[in-house]
Design a binder for this molecule. Structure first.
Ligand code: ADP
Ligand code: ZN
Length: 737
């Protein structure tokens, strides 16, 4: 018998191995040890029907680690689909679905004992038949491929004596496993005060009933829950999840970044208790391992997690909720470059589950699918309790500069608004989607700037105690900024542009009584720092919170009555076809953080381009109008959702090398492009022309039939294996930079 095995080696396709005589055949999803070159690796069985050409030598499997599937076969198939769709290696794809420690033969996490069925070794004789108690224990373990703890077994009537007897017979093994580590306990997530008897608003009620009806049909369907910020989507998720669990099926709730929105996870924890598991990359390997095995054992009803949770080993999936479905963090920007929302939809379609995509600012793709009727559209137009949306005012910074000079960072209007909030003891969020102190340092005498030696960007300046450090945000190269220019020795170094650190400093000096906190990737580097700042703000121990887009995501801070946006146009200068969509989403979302409590909210948006449609329509929170305008541009420019894109980036030691390879690929693609009617754009230097010391050249495929584009590209690449390693393929890229 020949098996297809996936091993965790980049770019490798599945490998074929034989099952030696006397060894039991491992099922799809089981882990096996197989020789790969000089090494023995842990792989996963993905197919049973492998065939090889005559004369090929097939090596035997060295060892079988699981008699039952370690990964559910449905998840194995999902990974196979993903590997193909996203042009990734099957090994890389499966690695995303595996829990930490899966490579070790024995679990690396020690403490508690877990009983699992032993893999029969060929030839071993078993004399007496098992007693009825032993048979009952074996039946329980048959249904628990990842094993059960001895405690859990005792709860089901299996005594230690029975286990010992089974171990002696060689039919089960006891493995050490650590006590369940509970990430909720560590994060100190305290669920908000109880409001179980809450009455739904009419809109919530209608939406809930419609979703119940869909869920009760227990078949695949996608619903887009388009609800303005503060319309109470979470409450709907909770009731729907409860409904599905009661029907005996499981729920997957996907969120962009758990650390940023711990309240949703905490609400689910409160509603479902320890039947909730949590899955995200910020957990320790041990925690992730424990949570994964709890899910695998079927001990849970609800998984809350970030994008990789889409591979959670659930076997009775009935509902997938993708909260803030437009969020870019669902897309993995390294191999396999999958989109968690899109994989979730594919998974649900295979497993007959309902998908609910929730957002106040749906992606162009999802909304278009709702418009055409492919998705069911459910709309919440009002905030709960008839709370008004924040009133948004635009401040034209050109006027401000003309009146107040070129160094203004916080306008007069915003200053007054902040002062009012401080007097009234209300809270303020300030958004600037650019971190660091300043964007560059320039010598006023000779014009010298600090560029990264490895990447084609200028270094961002950060404050480091009393000194300055210039750092590359791509490769992390950094140097300490000297007092005088390196080139001409003039002492006239000047900061250009500003980031969140500068705003924080400005706020502290302008409002000395205000308690100011900051959230951006630099501020939260230390473990626990993010949770600390967020809970201080939630507890009212901070007056002003300044930060990057992190502060715009899904937070529900009822004390916030003012949102200030420093430079609304930061993202508009970027030459990406999604720049307007991103700007609209960010501004709408951040404005949506104001006035979620009893007091009404207000937003002040500073910009140099007050007439830009994405800024104007975000200020009016007019999603439908924005969509109608943007969709015309997408259709005209042949961009998604009408056309699919495949982005290819070739890396090389020199620009000429990279260009040469890219030209080669594009030339070989042209015949297929002509017959299959897709277009190839480029090659051209990538917008980020150099990254981590490598030169980058880009080409783009555009067409309506993704499969054809992918097939053509893969055929070309198959003929150039050396180039394959220097080529990054991004199917459905979120950004083409
Ligand atoms: P969204 O995710 O749609 O922006 P949330 O789910 O965070 O909104 O809800 C906004 C606020 O309204 C939360 O504080 C929530 O507790 C509250 N809320 C939700 N539903 C109701 C309701 N029916 N009655 C009163 N308050 C509600
Ligand atoms: Zn760099």
């Amino acid at each position: 018998m020949l098996l297809s095995i996936a091993v965790p080696v980049p770019f490798l396709d599945v490998l074929t191995y034989s099952v030696p005589d006397g060894m039991c055949v491992p099922p799809v999803g089981a882990r096996v040890r197989v020789p790969v070159g000089p090494r023995v690796l842990t792989g996963c069985v993905v197919r049973h029907d492998a065939v090889v050409e005559d004369g090929w030598e097939v090596k035997p499997i060295a060892d079988v680690l699981d008699r039952e599937p370690f990964l559910p076969p449905s998840v194995v198939e999902l990974c196979m689909w993903m590997a193909e769709y996203y042009a990734a290696g099957i090994g890389d794809a499966l690695a995303v679905a595996m829990p930490p420690g899966a490579k070790e033969e024995k679990s690396a996490f020690k403490n508690q004992r877990v009983a699992v069925l032993a893999v029969p070794k060929g030839g071993s004789e078993r004399t007496r038949p098992p007693t009825s108690k032993q048979a009952a224990a074996l039946a329980i373990l048959q249904d628990a491929p990842a094993g059960l703890t001895t405690t859990a077994l005792r709860e089901r009537g299996v005594t230690p004596a029975v286990l010992t007897a089974l171990v002696r017979r060689g039919v089960i093994e006891l493995r050490d496993e650590r006590d369940e580590r509970d990430p909720f306990a560590r994060q100190g997530l305290r669920p908000p005060a109880s409001d179980a008897a809450r009455v739904l608003t009419d809109e919530q009620q209608r939406a809930t009933e419609e979703l119940f009806a869909l869920a009760d049909r227990a078949e695949f369907r996608v619903a887009l829950l388009h609800g303005v910020t503060g319309s109470g989507k979470t409450e709907i998720y909770l009731r729907l999840a409860d409904r599905v669990c009661r029907a005996g099926r499981q729920v997957l709730l996907m969120v962009p970044e758990i650390a940023l929105t711990p309240s949703v996870a905490a609400l689910f924890r409160r509603a479902f208790g320890d039947r909730v598991a949590i899955q995200h990359s910020a957990l320790s390997a041990g925690e992730r391992h424990d949570q994964w095995h709890r899910i695998r054992r079927g001990d849970i009803d609800v998984v809350v997690g970030t994008r990789s949770a889409v591979f959670a080993p659930l076997e009775r999936l009935g509902l997938v909720i993708v909260d803030e479905e437009h969020d870019t963090s669902y897309k993995q920007e390294e191999t396999p470059r999958y989109h968690g929302r899109d994989v979730a939809i594919v998974r649900a379609s295979r497993e007959g589950a309902l998908v609910v995509l929730g957002s106040a600012t749906p992606s162009m793709e999802s909304y278009q699918n709702a418009v055409t009727g492919k998705y069911v559209r459910i709309t919440l137009e009002k905030r709960v309790l008839d709370r008004p949306l924040a009133a948004v005012r635009v401040v034209n910074m050109r006027t401000e500069y003309a009146d107040e000079g070129p160094d203004v960072v916080i306008s007069r209007d915003l200053t007054t608004a902040i002062e009012q909030r401080l007097v009234r003891h209300e809270q303020v969020l300030i958004l600037l989607n650019r971190r660091g102190y300043s964007t560059a340092i320039v010598c006023r005498q000779c014009g010298d700037t600090f560029e990264c030696p490895n990447c084609s960007v200028s270094l961002t300046v950060h404050r480091a105690r009393d000194a300055w450090r210039a750092r590359c945000h791509y490769c992390n190269y950094s140097l300490s900024v000297p007092k005088a220019c390196r080139k001409c020795a003039a002492p006239y170094l000047e900061h250009v542009g500003f980031g969140t650190e500068r705003i924080e400093e400005e706020l502290r000096s302008r409002f000395p009584s205000a308690r100011v906190g900051r959230i951006d990737r630099d501020a939260i580097r230390r473990k626990g720092a993010l949770t600390a700042v967020l809970s201080k703000f939630a507890a009212g121990e901070l007056d002003v919170l300044v930060g990057t887009q992190m502060i715009a995501k899904g937070h529900d801070f009822p004390g916030v009555t003012l949102v200030g946006v420093i430079s609304a146009d930061v993202g508009l200068g970027i030459a990406d076809f999604r720049a307007s969509e991103r700007t609209f989403q960010l501004l709408t979302q951040v404005a949506g953080r104001a006035g979620r409590g009893e007091r009404t909210g207000e937003a002040v948006v500073q910009t140099l381009y007050p007439e830009h449609y994405s800024i104007q329509l975000a200020c009016l929170q007019a999603y439908a109008t924005f969509f109608e305008r943007e969709i015309v541009y997408r259709r005209g420019m042949r961009y998604p959702p009408f056309f699919a894109l495949v982005n290819g980036v070739v890396r090389g030691r020199t620009f000429a090398d990279a260009m040469q390879d890219a030209r080669d690929i594009v030339r070989r693609l042209e015949p297929a492009a002509a017959t299959n009617s897709f277009t190839v754009l480029g090659p051209a230097p990538a917008p980020l022309g150099r990254l981590r010391g490598e030169h980058r050249v880009q080409f783009l495929l555009k067409g309506t039939r993704r499969a054809e584009m992918r097939r053509a590209l893969m055929q070309v690449i198959a003929e150039m294996p050396e180039v394959r390693r220097r080529l990054t393929i991004d199917i459905d890229p979120l950004s083409v930079l």
